[in-house]
Design a protein around this ligand. Structure first.
Ligand code: AQP
Length: 335
């Protein structure tokens, strides 16, 4: 039996280098394994936990669809769809809310961080984000969830909720496992290498977008914050800036961080920055042309989205129905 792989990304801004290295690159690799059945989703419902400009949200979702395709996500081998096109997500999230405790949600690191960042809009959705994410995952009988470090806590809560439901009603849900990418599970900001590179970070030069021009990429890496001494070594605690550059370089050249650090140990910081920028430019180069072609064809992007949503619903609907039946709801006859 093939393993179901499930992951998502929020079209909440411009896709970052962190999103590519920590998520989408891995999605493509997993799709190549014949034992995997991969389902990838653009998490537009999640984005509105933070206020979005409607036109930007619309355009970003189309851009993310084009980028995923340009980066090699294959609409036939994988299922690629927009979350809001599959209404089962919202329905399952409501049901799971009734099996989740407020105390559990209060402890979520992302909720605490985002509440601090958006103190004027601590909405219920922000608190409920992990339950919607649990619904995303459980709706597909997922075995494996590839995520960056920041999302590990959310996969844990999905496991807890699934186990709780199964203890009450029998084997309703598959209990999923989180898997992290080996290199680049957390790419850090170029301006503050102790915090994650995030789409929403407004600091100039902190974030590399996958659509940045080569000139911009070089400029951002040249300005990257490094450490006070001059030695190149991988030590994320005492040398976070240099370690972040080594991680990015390793991921962009498909090598281990240890081998990359050994190769670079005699370089000066300036050379390491340029080598990293060059490797990133080469890694992203093939995507740009394909992206330009795809984004100019919205009709095709809609077609891919509809195809993906149809296939996603074929899997999601019976799993939702099984849970509703287990709870004791009267199912409509024609359902
Ligand atoms: N810096 C990162 N390094 C490695 N992986 C990362 N991911 C995100 N940032 C990094 C991984 O990308 C996937 C999709 O993330 P998301 O867009 O759903 O949510 P996020 O983690 O909230 O991303 P951002 O960029 O930080 O968005 P904003 O600024 O809107 O909150 C996930 O697998 C995530 O681990």
């Amino acid at each position: 039996m093939s393993k179901i792989i499930y992951s998502g990304i929020q079209p909440s801004g411009v896709m970052t280098l962190g999103n590519y290295i920590g998520a989408v690159k891995n999605w493509r690799l997993m799709q190549d394994d014949p034992d995997h059945r991969c389902i990838y989703m653009l998490a537009d419902l999640h984005t509105i936990t933070v206020r979005q400009n409607p036109q930007d949200l619309h355009d970003n979702a189309m851009r993310f669809m084009a980028l995923c395709l340009a980066m090699g996500i294959d609409k036939d081998r994988s299922i690629l769809y927009m979350q809001s096109h599959v209404h089962e997500h919202c329905e399952l999230a409501w049901l799971l809310n009734c099996y989740t405790y407020v105390g559990e949600m209060n402890r979520m690191t992302q909720f605490k961080d985002k509440s601090a960042k958006h103190a004027d809009n601590i909405n219920m959705g922000l608190m409920d984000y992990p339950v919607l994410m649990a619904a995303d995952i459980l709706l597909f009988g997922t075995h494996c969830v590839p995520v960056g470090i920041d999302q590990v806590q959310h996969v844990e809560i999905a496991r807890d909720i699934a186990t709780r439901v199964n203890n009450l009603y029998g084997d309703v849900f598959v209990v999923p496992e989180g898997v992290m990418t080996k290199v680049g599970a957390k790419i850090m900001s170029l301006q503050d290498p102790t915090s994650k590179m995030s789409k929403s970070d407004p600091t100039p030069n902190a974030v590399v977008s996958v659509l940045d021009t080569p000139e911009t990429i070089v400029k951002k890496f040249k300005k990257a914050v490094t450490d006070s001494d001059t030695q190149i070594a991988y030590d994320p605690i005492s040398k976070p800036g240099v370690s972040n550059l080594l991680t990015i370089l390793a991921a962009a050249t498909d090598r281990s961080v240890e081998a990359t650090a050994a190769d670079c140990r005699h370089m000066r910081y300036g050379d390491l920055k340029l080598a990293t920028a060059d490797a990133v430019i080469e890694m992203l180069r093939p995507f740009r042309e394909r992206y330009d072609r795809l984004i100019a064809d919205p009709a095709y992007l809609h077609e891919v989205a509809a195809f993906g949503a149809g296939r996603a619903r074929e899997i999601a609907a019976p799993i939702l129905r099984r849970f509703k039946q287990a709870i004791g709801f009267v199912l409509p006859r024609a359902d």
